[in-house]
Design a protein. Structure first.
Length: 344
């Protein structure tokens, strides 16, 4: 869409194109509701695609194992019949309620999209990796310092330094070790926050001499033109050493920012949106919240929970848009009209 102030109209504006936002397109599409999706990232998939596209996920029903990118690809295939429209690299900067009860959503590119309802599926809001306090690290970012692994092949035959002690640091230590020229895990102390099984597997690799484990902190990076050659490390004992590395992966967690959502006048509870468990409606009629951004008694932050929320939200959204229409619940396995929509 061109970057102008012309208003595009649709049924539903979905903020967030992660797995839950994508599945919402499917549930809304079955009810003949057209969707536009807005996401701050440059592609669909949300945190799955950004943080662990090649990392296995084990708790998606019917998929004993699937990667974050694989799940995103399947969801995109599933919603293709409904022809959703995407607005990537965009942040929602404003929401204005209209006299007819609809909303005009404005992006930071001054695009305006009018929707009869809004669905917030923005995870924990916009997120960004925490940058470690290393002088001059910005020079090396996206050249030899990375905060996520999008393609494992980019790390093959490199001397890799992984910094951190949580699940991400341990998972990528185990996953990258087989393809690395060398791999060093650096953590400030000999206690890890990751899964015990991952810790045991990591320590076994250390015992076998396949990886190095150093207790200490990075104090500086050495190299030129964005290419790291080594990291200066202060060990737990206070010694200063250089660790050879051509790729650095710091895993210091994420900083979650609710962003402009905090200014939309919705009720908030610790930067989350309280909803009911019938409609997943927020405090503003016509605005719904599904996935990690919402909260309610018994909430579980699981993708499969978000899928369930999307299904119930879609029914409520349809009733909000067409209050006088009789909605007959149908199953995709037996409804010829739903199968026709799906092209099967």
């Amino acid at each position: 869409m061109s970057e102008n102030a012309d208003i595009v109209e649709t049924d539903v504006v979905i903020i967030g194109a992660g797995p839950v936002g994508l599945f919402a397109v499917f549930e809304l599409g079955l009810l003949d509701l057209k969707c536009h999706l807005i996401d701050i990232l440059d592609r669909p998939g949300g945190q799955c695609a950004e943080l662990y596209p090649e990392k296995p996920i084990y708790d998606i029903p019917a998929w004993p194992e699937i990667s974050g990118q694989g799940l995103t690809d399947r969801l995109m295939e599933q919603i293709k019949p409904f022809e959703p429209e995407f607005h990537f690299n965009r942040m929602v900067t404003g929401v204005e309620k209209q006299e007819d009860g609809s909303f005009v959503v404005t992006t930071d590119e001054n695009e305006k999209i009018k929707g009869k309802v809004i669905v917030i599926a923005a995870g924990g809001g916009s997120f960004q990796p925490k940058r470690p306090p290393v002088p001059g690290i910005e020079e090396f970012e996206d050249h030899s310092v990375y905060y996520s692994v999008r393609r494992m092949e980019e790390f093959r035959d490199h001397d890799i330094l992984i910094v951190g002690g949580g699940d991400s640091a341990l998972d990528w230590t185990l996953n990258l070790q087989p393809i690395a020229k060398s791999l060093t895990l650096l953590h400030r102390r000999d206690a890890f926050r990751g899964a015990p099984d991952s810790v045991n597997k990591m320590k076994k690799l250390v015992d076998e001499g396949k990886i190095d484990l150093i207790l200490g902190q990075v104090t500086g990076l050495n190299g030129a033109d964005g290419v790291v050659e080594s990291a200066s490390v202060k060990t737990k004992e206070g010694d200063l050493i250089d660790v050879n590395c051509t790729r650095v992966l710091p895993f210091f967690g994420l900083t979650m920012k609710l962003g402009p959502i905090a200014d939309w006048g919705l009720n908030l509870n610790e930067n989350l949106l309280p909803v009911d468990t019938e409609k997943f409606a927020t405090s503003e009629p016509g605005i719904f919240a599904i996935g990690d951004i919402n909260t309610y008694p018994g909430k579980l932050k699981l993708i499969l929970s978000g899928f369930h929320e999307a299904a119930l939200m879609a029914q409520a959204a349809k009733k909000h848009i067409s209050p006088d229409e009789r909605i007959v619940f149908q199953y995709t396995t037996s409804s010829t009209s739903l199968q026709k929509k799906l092209g099967v």
